[in-house]
Design a protein around this ligand. Structure first.
Ligand code: PLP
Length: 378
């Protein structure tokens, strides 16, 4: 079976974890700070804040940007539910706008129509590692005085004209979940150039502790720290990342070629100058020869991992259909999510299927996957 995802772990990660175990300092300390420094250098921001996972990175960043109950944050529904949930957790309102049919990412032309007096921020999600159009998004944000938080959970190493994703917004959040291009098992990172946001985020993730440390606390916060034990894995993974990206891009280029040669299948499109991190490769299938669910079954029967990722966009999930049950619904007026019609998100949700693109997919594996797809669609 060629699995759909496979973490790359070698002797280096094992040795790094062993060293931390032997050091006696397992919780957050110098190793997490080293990862913050190295990752900020890699992405190209002044500051990075290590967190316990991508969800806490997003929620801490939103909190540090002062997103308040009742504020509206514009995002897309074709994403992992954490994007929307981190907005809702703070009592803010996720405002879903549709994605572009070809890039699966937020349609910048629809953002402006969704802006109201309550809009405070935009959360573009670089879905599957594909960069959103950050130039246009930042122009809209600046024109309307809105903050931008990039959900870069899937986009380690993605870039636009050489500039790394995670360096465009006022803040950005990465996830180092076990299957990500760069992983620590569970882990996350906030990026920012804004010292005030940095100071606030550092406090929020650590029970409001100030720089002086000890047991004086200045605001409500949480424990969203990253352990040195896992940060050590992250440092090794960061060294692997360029090679991982090269391998993923090579596999994706071959799959793209296949999709363009066949009828009834279309890939997620990278615009000129946009480099995806290809965390996920998931083309859309719309063919009389085979439907999406049968394609997944057929691939699995032939020992190729395949699945849908976000078959149900966020606005179709019970979480948002039942939002009146959420604690903030007593204070905040939510849109009627059930009435939302977001045709591109729904179409991509209904048609995409993931195939293995990770670095452990060999040339032979990829040829076999291509042969299977070609056989049914030719
Ligand atoms: C788009 C997106 N946002 C947020 C998250 C949340 O990250 P984590 O799972 O590390 O909490 C993920 C993780 O899978 C994600 O894919």
């Amino acid at each position: 079976m060629i699995p759909v995802a496979k973490p790359l772990v070698g002797k280096e990660e094992i040795e790094a974890v062993r060293k931390v175990l032997e050091s006696g300092m397992l919780a957050e300390g110098t190793v997490a700070h080293e990862l913050e420094h190295e990752f900020a250098t890699y992405i190209g921001t002044k500051f990075a804040i290590a967190t316990s996972n991508g969800t806490t990175a997003l929620s801490t960043a939103l909190d540090a940007m002062n997103i308040q109950p009742g504020d509206e944050v514009i995002t897309t529904p074709f994403t992992f539910i954490a994007s929307a949930n981190t907005i809702a957790m703070l009592g803010a309102i996720p405002v879903f706008v549709d994605v572009q049919r070809d890039t699966y990412n937020i349609d910048p032309d629809l953002i402006e129509k969704a802006i109201t007096k309550k809009t405070k921020a935009i959360m573009p999600v670089h879905i599957f590692g594909m960069p959103c159009d950050m130039k246009q998004i930042m122009e809209i944000a600046n024109a309307h005085n809105l903050l931008v938080i990039e959900d870069a959970a899937q986009a380690h190493g993605a870039a636009i004209d050489g500039r790394k994703i995670g360096s465009f917004g006022h803040t950005a959040a990465f996830s180092f979940y076990a299957t990500k291009n760069m992983m620590t098992g569970e882990g996350g990172m906030i990026m920012t150039n804004d010292e005030e946001v940095y100071d606030k985020a550092m406090m929020i993730k650590n029970h409001g502790r100030g720089k002086e440390g000890g047991y004086s606390h200045h605001r409500i916060g949480y424990n969203s720290r990253m352990m040195d034990l896992v940060a050590a894995i992250g440092l090794e993974q960061l060294k692997r990342l360029p090679g991982v990206l090269t391998a993923r891009r090579k596999n994706a280029a071959a799959y793209d070629k296949m999709c363009f040669e066949l009828k009834g299948i279309r890939p997620q499109v990278a615009k000129k100058g946009f480099e995806s991190a290809y965390h996920v490769y998931a083309p859309c299938l719309n063919s009389p020869k085979m439907n999406r669910d049968k394609m997944i079954e057929y691939l699995k029967q032939n020992d190729v991992g395949s699945r849908t990722v976000y078959a149900l966009p966020c606005h179709k999930q019970d979480t948002y259909l039942n939002i009146r049950d959420w604690r903030w619904a007593r204070f905040v007026k939510y849109p009627n999510y059930a009435a939302l019609k977001l045709p591109n998100s729904e179409e991509v949700g209904a048609q995409h299927f993931e195939i293995p693109v990770h670095p452990s997919v060999t040339d032979q594996d990829r040829t076999r996957i291509e042969q299977l797809v070609r056989k049914v669609l030719s």
